[in-house]
Design a protein around this ligand. Structure first.
Ligand code: NAP
Length: 257
């Protein structure tokens, strides 16, 4: 990393959804490492989630950087409004929004419950819609903003047993392109990142033989790490990516090259 990149996000305020673990946690740590103040979002569904989010904030503070925990279920309009207000009350603005919070409820379409469909669409797509809508107000006031949506290769090519997840991630790509067009004149860039197989709690639960079959398809011969995705997100959040908008960047070790 060149010297001028070391603190290239100094003065920026970032909100990362679903930052208590996995990719969101790596993104929060990376953005903070580059100097941004980071709001670490989590949702209070499981008892240990607050501990995880608190640990991320403590790690950032130990680096000598600023961070805060913001609890909100991204599916809930009022909770998202309050979360954005909490961040802007404390730090005055939001420059960078990373819509990362996401879930999967995999099953074949004929066995899919309405609940599994709604849960995934509401978290992955409605959540990004709500966070973007509320965070945009601050970005528009300052004519500067970066929105990075964490989609998936599944949103580009589909996958057996993931029709709900694929629809949410494909929808997120179409949403990204639309908001990029709406916000271009305000100097706000909106891009999507489409990871392949990244080692996190989401992928841990797959059976070993399925993981082996996936690994065999990856030209780089390894699974992705959350930090691989965080590097790309940090670039898109930086000044260096100022002429990139409405794009989907795949990060999958070359599977869909
Ligand atoms: P993960 O380890 O399961 O983490 C998911 C995060 O989302 C957690 O922080 C969780 O918070 C949060 N979350 C879930 N529902 C939420 C809600 N309603 N409101 C707020 N936060 C919520 O997953 P991951 O693998 O890091 O995935 C992160 C993103 O990358 C997701 O959008 C996923 O679809 C995408 N992605 C992952 C992969 C992969 O291979 N891992 C590949 C492509 C795309 P709590 O801790 O509070 O539950």
């Amino acid at each position: 990393m060149s010297e001028d990149q070391v603190m290239e996000l100094a003065g920026r305020v970032a909100l990362v959804t679903g930052a208590s673990r996995g990719i969101g946690k790596a993104v929060a740590l990376k953005l903070a490492g580059l100097g941004a103040k980071v709001a670490v979002n989590y949702v209070a569904i499981e008892a240990n989630n607050k501990v995880d989010a608190d640990n991320v904030v403590e790690s950032i503070i130990r680096l000598g950087k600023e961070a805060m925990v913001v609890e909100a279920d991204v599916r809930d309009s009022e909770a998202v409004r309050a979360m954005v207000e909490q961040v802007t009350d404390k730090w005055g603005k939001i420059d960078i929004l990373v819509n990362n919070a996401g879930i999967n409820r995999d099953t074949l379409l004929l066995r899919m419950s309405d609940e599994a469909w709604d849960d995934v669409i509401n978290t992955n797509l409605r959540g990004a819609y709500l966070c973007t809508k509320f965070a945009l107000r601050s970005m528009m006031r300052q004519d500067w903003g970066r929105i990075i949506n964490i989609s998936s290769v599944t949103g580009l090519v589909g996958n057996v047993g993931q029709s709900n997840y694929a629809a949410s991630k494909g929808g997120l790509i179409a949403f990204t392109k639309s908001i990029a067009r709406e916000m271009g004149s305000r100097n706000i860039t909106v891009n999507a990142v489409a990871p392949g197989f990244i080692i996190t709690g989401m992928t841990d639960k797959l059976p070993a033989e399925r993981k082996e079959a996936i690994l065999a398809m990856i030209p780089l011969r390894r699974f992705g790490q959350p930090e691989d995705v965080a590097e790309l997100v940090a670039f898109l959040a930086s000044e260096r990516a100022g002429y990139i908008t409405g794009q989907v960047i795949t990060i999958d070790g070359g599977v869909f090259a």
